[in-house]
Design a binder for this molecule. Structure first.
Ligand SMILES: [Zn+2]
Length: 65
């Protein structure tokens, strides 16, 4: 058992933004119900990448923290 310190970070909030919102591919329109966004952050920005299972196109979303 590990106790979690701190609360919800901006990173968590951004992550939650994608949960429950299936991503529709901008290229082929494929709706990925179980879309997995790979998140990477530099500290100032967070970048989400999603690769479409339908056409392989990669969508990138970038947000400032
Ligand atoms: Zn696609």
């Amino acid at each position: 058992m590990s106790s979690r310190t701190g609360g919800t970070t901006a990173f968590d909030r951004l992550r939650a933004r994608f949960d429950g919102r299936p991503h529709a591919c901008e290229e082929c329109g494929f709706v990925d119900e179980e879309s997995e966004w790979a998140a990477a952050t530099t500290g100032a920005t967070v970048e989400y990448r999603h690769e479409c299972p339908g056409c392989g196109d990669t969508t990138v979303r970038r947000y400032r923290l």
